[in-house]
Design a binder for this molecule. Structure first.
Ligand code: ADP
Ligand code: MG
Length: 414
């Protein structure tokens, strides 16, 4: 048991029907029906392989949100990665799916179709209906599938912040455990939150402002973060709060994105924790396709800042190199374009170079890591951006709560 949740070391699976919820949601090219990325599929392979090797009759449940596609291409990719057949059926919990589950033999794997094709899963997601976990156990997907199964395993840490039947309902009625990826990711983020090596440095950039502010508030008030290095839109907002000129274009972007209120919030945070929050020393903008930089205080009145500058990257590098822990979410600038990638590239290189334990999450942050070929040099890359941010914002993850419940249900025959 870790964190009150069973691991795969504590369950017996041979000959048992195991429902395993994975998060293999990936961008799909609808025209060709192919996946544009397979990172998440790769990440769940250890759990799938272990369960199948141990002789489970393995049923995989997954959602595909981007483009609402079926999970058929995922089965093909899994088959390739595992080097053994992953069957697929165009049904989630109807008679066809149930018959296929009953027909599974030891070590066989079946991927069901997109769970979000089932109305309850979908409405809970889209309309944010609230159903308790007990009520979720009475939904179609749980009522139809749970009686066929002996064990529920959740390996979907990336979806751990979602309160939906396929994630939180089965744990009410089936003995449950977390998969290897879930265990690994949950441990990595818990370590940052509970006992980070000091100094603990947060690198917060990007454009998801509400998330960044919630996270900052939590990690500062709990004494988790010793230093926060701000960049991207987050940095611009703090500079605006400090009364520094960031250029009218930068301000327009903040107001246009409806982030005006965060300038006030940044003032409050800065007043309370100013010593711990570092602001960019210089900014970059693009004029006629060319990168330009200036120190804060000398920023031209009209520009829109799209990156941090040389001096900021240099200062941040030093803080990162002397850190015991570095948590990273959100790029330092619009790294997608060459003229505005310098800050992100330089800071990411520092993150790769530090001896400290590094945890990085967020879709664009991961894209930047891949772009600069630093994947192997990061301590831990979290597949679950949303779950990670919710967790670091101090929220209890619904799936963690459900798994604790299911971990107390004894296994049949145990
Ligand atoms: P992640 O996906 O890693 O959590 P976000 O989604 O919060 O990160 O932010 C990434 C996006 O923020 C990128 O598309 C990037 O271009 C954009 N961005 C970064 N800096 C700025 C900036 N100064 N102004 C506008 N957009 C920015
Ligand atoms: Mg993003």
């Amino acid at each position: 048991m870790r964190f009150g949740i069973r691991t795969l070391d504590e369950v017996s699976v041979r000959g048992k029907t195991v429902l395993c919820r994975v998060d293999i949601n990936q961008p799909v090219d609808r025209a060709t029906g192919t996946l544009k990325s397979i990172n998440r599929i790769r990440a769940c392979v250890p759990t799938v392989r272990e369960l199948a090797d141990k002789g489970a009759k393995l049923v995989l449940l997954a959602h595909q949100y981007k483009n609402y596609y079926s999970t058929k291409p995922h089965a093909a990719v899994l088959t390739q990665l595992l080097g053994r057949e992953v069957k697929w059926i165009d049904d989630v919990c109807g008679p066809a799916a149930r018959e296929a589950i009953r027909g599974l033999r030891e070590g066989e794997i079946l991927l069901l179709d997109n769970v979000r094709f089932v109305a309850e899963e979908q409405t809970l997601f889209e309309q944010k209906l609230r159903l308790s976990h007990v009520e979720q156990a009475k939904t179609q997907v749980v009522e139809k599938l749970a009686p066929l199964a002996d064990l529920y395993v959740c390996d979907a840490f990336a979806a751990a912040h979602r309160d939906q039947p396929s994630l939180c309902g089965f744990e009410q009625v089936l003995p449950s455990a977390m998969g290897r990826l879930f265990e690994q990711e949950y441990c990595a983020v818990s370590q940052v939150m509970e006992q980070p090596e000091r100094p603990c440095v947060f690198v917060l950039g990007g454009a998801k402002i509400a998330d960044a502010f919630q996270m900052m508030e939590t990690v500062l008030s709990r004494g988790v973060a010793d230093t926060i290095l701000t960049g991207g839109l987050v940095g611009n907002i703090f500079l605006a709060a400090a009364g520094s000129g960031i250029g009218q274009g930068s301000l327009d972007f903040i107001y246009k994105s409806n982030y005006g209120e965060f300038i006030e919030k940044a003032k409050t945070l800065y007043m309370r924790y100013g010593g711990k929050i570092q602001l960019p020393k210089d900014l970059a903008w693009v004029k006629d396709g060319k990168r330009q930089e200036a120190l804060v205080g000398e920023i031209p009145a009209e520009i829109a800042a799209v990156d941090v500058g040389y001096w900021t990257a240099k200062t941040y590098r030093e803080a990162i190199l002397s850190a015991g822990t570095v948590f990273v979410n959100g790029p330092m600038g619009v790294f997608e374009q060459v003229a505005s990638e310098y800050g992100t590239k330089a800071v990411w290189q520092a993150i790769a170079d530090t001896e400290g334990y590094t945890v990085l999450g967020g879709g664009d942050s991961i894209t930047a890591t891949e772009k600069y070929e630093l994947t192997e040099k990061m301590g831990y890359i979290c597949t679950g951006g949303g779950a990670l941010i919710r967790f670091l914002s101090g929220e209890e993850l619904p799936v963690v709560r459900a798994l604790r419940h299911g971990s107390a249900i004894p296994e049949k025959g145990a």
